[in-house]
Design a protein around this ligand. Structure first.
Ligand code: AGP
Length: 618
């Protein structure tokens, strides 16, 4: 998924765009480029590679003055990362530049038609086809058909031919004060400044300039100048334009004194849990409360099944949610990969509720699941971090994480926030059913102790760093557990593999004996989550099977457990808590373990290869 930013104002566009790209880089970093208008010229600079290695140096060597421009940082979908495939792309005339986030599904048919009409292409991207299509409509424009700016009209006409997803910004040398934006399936935001305005795919890119924004909706087309913006909707007559204020500040998306965003976000987690709990714990009623579910108590009581759909780390959180809601509320829960749910035609009964989980609120697979459930008339709730994101706005109700911007590609604080919220949701639903006030109070008290317990865990950072150095050369890892902490083992493996590029497999400790244990030898360390919970004895038995085959063992265990020291090569202790909350406490040391191994291996922790922060393509 890519990042785009556009600027029209009184300042030089180049530094604004470059700084914006740096704040967008976590969304994709195969290549980057800018197009800046200087009178009748379009100055295009674009390079493969990360911003500071590529486009920043290009602009230093070949400055591009001008006060209106668009820019893009790419996560390749069509065409490999190279200079030619970098955005912006120009139309046939060279007067129109386009940056695009999304996938044009019918780009090949459009390209064939344009080739027959004599167009020449320089890249293998779908975006260049879109640029030529807009240029074709712009060139063919007859006398003004309406009061629309000719570039806006050309963009509207071109998009009516497009199948697929897009978040775009477009400029044209013949319309020197105008920038046109449009979205369908990929986020696009207008930033409202004083004598300057912005277009961006992510508010992080502009929060340093303004916190007044408009979150565009699908089929919106915006015409933006220095002084104003107008929005139309291709699908309906008028656009629903609402000016919002960003919830976070510019410094929230800065690294501060931390070496990486991921480390900062790991260390923010005590606050993250506090933010997730804030205003939602009702000790008097021994329950939890939410303001945005948009469901009455009667409707919440009528729910008879919950399907949770998500991707990646959010899917791991969903697996913990299954245990939590089933135990606390005795409600059947089914967890689906979002991309499977959309196409499986899963039977949904009248009182089935879909719950989607997404940090970014823009993951295409998860958005598709939400839309599928709603298309079939089912209520769809969402747990989301990014306020105003597409999933947040298209759900019937939901719960915000309030975790602040999560910039590191490897999700950490959003995962912990989601587990906190799912615990509260389980209590909320449970207290409308069989959950006793006593048990609910015990859960709520244990939740409120978590921030301090995470503080304690973070004090082990140096110890975990040393442990990471000991195992950093391993090429294969297993992460094993059972019960509530089985999903935490999956998540620990994902953290390690996505930032250190080590093959790490999360697996059921009990299932190992049915085959995968054949992979265990003295070169394959196993991280065992073995808290003192109801599965402890069985998990210890599974651990013994690994040990019997000389597999090195790193155990994550409960403080005070003496037996574990006799069977594990290394032990990380976590504070004692109630069983449903061990996924939170055992995940924090695994985040640090993965982080320090990745640093020891010289990996780019915040921007791992091949990845992007939010995947807005299916
Ligand atoms: C997790 O570390 C990854 N970055 C990835 O699996 C991520 O969790 C997944 O793409 C889902 O993202 P979302 O929560 O924003 O929907």
């Amino acid at each position: 998924m890519c990042g785009i930013i556009g600027y029209v104002g009184k300042k030089a566009a180049s530094p604004v765009l470059l700084e914006g790209l740096r704040r967008l880089e976590y969304r994709g970093y195969d290549s980057a480029g800018v197009a800046i208008m200087q009178r009748a010229d379009l100055l295009v600079r674009k390079k493969k590679g990360k911003i500071d290695e590529g486009i920043a140096r290009e602009l230093l060597a070949h400055p591009a003055p001008g006060e209106i421009g668009i820019a893009h940082t790419r996560w390749a979908t069509h065409g490999p990362p190279c200079d030619e495939n970098s955005h912006p792309h120009l139309d046939q005339s060279g007067k129109i530049a386009v940056v695009h986030n999304g996938v044009i599904e019918n780009y090949d048919q459009l390209k064939q038609r344009l080739l027959k009409a004599g167009h020449q292409f320089h890249s293998t991207t779908d975006t260049e086809v879109l640029a030529h299509l807009i240029g074709e409509h712009y060139a063919k424009r007859s006398a003004p058909q309406s009061e629309l700016n000719p570039l806006t009209q050309a963009v509207c006409d071109a998009l009516r031919e497009v199948i697929g997803t897009y978040g775009i910004a477009v400029i044209c040398t013949e319309q020197p004060d105008v920038m046109v934006g449009a979205r369908r399936g990929s986020p696009l935001i207008i930033g409202i400044g004083d004598g300057e305005n912005f277009l961006t795919s992510d508010a992080n890119a502009i929060v340093v300039h303004t916190r007044q924004v408009v979150f565009l909706n699908d089929y919106d087309v915006a015409t933006v100048t220095r002084e104003r913006f107008d929005v139309l909707n291709l699908g309906t007559d008028t656009a629903n334009v609402q000016i919002s204020k960003l919830e976070f500040q510019a410094e929230d998306s800065q690294k501060g004194e931390y070496a990486h965003f991921m480390l900062k976000e790991i260390f923010e987690q005590p606050r993250t849990v506090e933010n997730a709990l804030r205003g939602r714990v009702d000790h008097e009623g021994a329950t939890a409360r939410f303001g945005g579910l948009n469901m009455s108590s009667a409707e919440l009581r009528s729910i008879d099944r919950v399907v949770i759909a998500a991707s990646g780390t959010s899917w791991h959180a969903a697996l913990v949610g299954e245990y939590l809601i089933e135990e606390f509320a005795h409600l059947p829960v089914e967890v689906e990969f979002a991309h499977e749910f959309c196409y499986r035609n899963a039977p949904l009964e009248k009182n089935t509720v879909l719950l989607v989980i997404s940090q970014s609120g823009e993951t295409a697979d998860t958005l598709a699941a939400l839309r599928e459930a709603r298309r079939r008339g089912h209520r769809a709730l969402a747990i989301v971090n990014v306020v105003g994101s597409t999933i947040a706005r298209e759900s019937d109700g939901g719960i915000y994480m309030h975790a602040g911007p999560e910039i590191g590609v490897a999700s950490t604080k959003a995962f912990i926030s989601t587990l906190t919220i799912l615990s509260l949701l389980g209590v909320h639903l449970g207290r409308m059913r069989m959950l006793s006030a006593g048990r609910a109070s015990e859960i709520l008290k244990a939740l409120e102790a978590v921030p301090k317990q995470i503080e304690t865990l973070l004090q082990q950072d140096d110890t975990i760093k040393q442990l990471a150095a000991k195992y950093a050369a391993a090429e294969d890892f297993f992460f094993l557990s059972r019960g509530y902490t089985f999903p935490a083992a999956l998540e620990g493996a994902l953290k390690l593999k996505e930032i250190s590029y080590i093959h790490a497999e999360g697996y059921s400790a009990a299932e190992m004996k049915h085959g995968p244990i054949a992979l265990i030898d003295e070169r394959t360390p196993t991280v065992f989550l073995v808290p003192q919970d109801s599965m402890y004895d069985k998990t210890m038995a599974n651990l013994a099977m690994i040990r019997a085959r000389k597999g090195p063992i790193i155990a994550v265990a409960t403080e005070g457990d003496e037996a574990i020291k006799k069977v594990a090569d290394d032990v990380i202790f976590v504070p004692k808590t109630i069983e449903p909350l061990y996924p939170i406490l055992t995940s924090v040391p695994l985040q640090l373990f993965a982080y320090h191994i990745a640093v020891a291996r010289g990996c780019d922790v915040d921007k791992p290869r091949n990845l992007a922060k939010s995947v807005t393509v299916q």
